[in-house]
Design a binder for this molecule. Structure first.
Ligand SMILES: [Zn+2]
Ligand SMILES: [Zn+2]
Length: 322
């Protein structure tokens, strides 16, 4: 099983299920997880602001959950009708035991399409802690053990930061990041996966995972890092590269800072006034040979926050541990 994390949502799925789509943001959005070109798991999250009309009109949270489930089933039925399909929904299923669901107030449901055999088991809940409402669903066909998957997978879904940390995990990139960092950009193309986050102080975290043999093309790690990773940043930063080792792998330590008299003056001024600006670019790159991956982490931070890179790097994993 593998854990996928995105925008505070975490879900554990079989190893061969992979992210198919991420959309929305930390407020409201959804993710789809596929295997063999089929949607397998869907998770939607709704911000408190998106559901306040619903929860404002009902006496208890579970009534709000019921309304959200009804609306979801209506929208689903309508969408299927446009495809000339008819689905049968059951919102009174008892798939998951109370014990498995812990403190959450949940409704479980299922739907099936008799004409093509598609089948789904899902659940809806409202989180008392963060106020998010979540719909999580597992999909398959009649000949598959969809109920069994749902029983295993649905209880693993969690919906908010834990201890102030948000897990971002997909396609062999895995990192825990302080929740004040917001997603700025993500890239998932061919051999490269990248996550770029920023906080209110314009500090940046960039975590990347590359397919090593494709990236390196027989060259060495430092030449590659200079060319493919840090070239776009060279205009604004000076760098020093030192050979190092992380997670038992050969690697590089990058020590960078903003360049130019204006930036330097801003840095000195920040030291005096206590209003620091991000100035230091710290980087770690390592080649995980057993998995044929290169991992890279860099941060752009204020001087007083330079240990951020250590805290984040220690949450990263590049190969299975035994
Ligand atoms: Zn929550
Ligand atoms: Zn490794």
């Amino acid at each position: 099983m593998a854990e996928i994390g995105w925008q505070g949502i975490r879900i554990t799925v079989p190893d061969d299920w992979e992210p198919g789509e991420f959309s929305g943001d930390g407020q409201s959005g959804h993710m789809r997880i596929d295997s063999m070109m089929q949607p397998r798991a869907l998770v939607r999250w709704l911000a408190p602001s998106a559901t306040k009309d619903v929860f404002g009109k009902v006496a208890t949270p579970i009534q709000g959950v019921d309304r959200i489930l009804d609306n979801y089933i209506k929208a689903l039925t309508k969408g299927e009708r446009k495809q000339k399909k008819h689905i049968e929904a059951d919102t009174s299923t008892r798939l998951l035991s109370k014990r498995k669901m812990g403190q959450r107030t949940v409704r479980t449901y299922s739907w099936r399409c008799p004409s093509d055999g598609r089948l789904a088991h899902g659940m809806v809940w409202h989180c008392k802690e963060c106020g998010r409402t979540v719909i999580a669903e597992v999909n398959g066909h009649e000949h598959e053990d969809v109920a069994g998957w749902a029983e295993t997978i649905l209880p693993t879904v969690t919906d908010h930061a834990m201890d102030g940390q948000v897990l971002w995990a997909f396609f062999d990139l895995r990192v825990l990041v302080p929740e004040e960092f917001r997603l700025e950009n993500s890239v998932m193309v061919g051999g490269k996966v990248e996550l770029r986050l920023e906080n209110g102080k314009r500090e940046v975290i960039s975590a990347q995972r590359w397919v090593a043999n494709v990236a390196l093309r027989g060259g060495d790690l430092e030449a590659w890092a200079k060319r493919d990773l840090f070239k776009p940043l060279r205009q604004q930063h000076t760098f020093k590269y030192t050979a190092d080792s992380w997670f038992g792998h050969p690697g590089i330590r990058v020590d960078g800072r903003r360049k130019g008299p204006k930036e330097h003056l801003g840095f000195m001024w920040g030291r005096i006034t206590g209003r620091e600006r991000p100035f230091f670019l710290d980087g770690r790159i390592w080649h995980c040979e057993p998995t044929n991956k290169i991992h890279s982490l860099h941060t752009l931070t204020r001087e007083s926050n330079r240990e951020l890179i250590d805290r984040i790097q220690e949450t990263m994993r590049c190969h299975p541990e035994d």
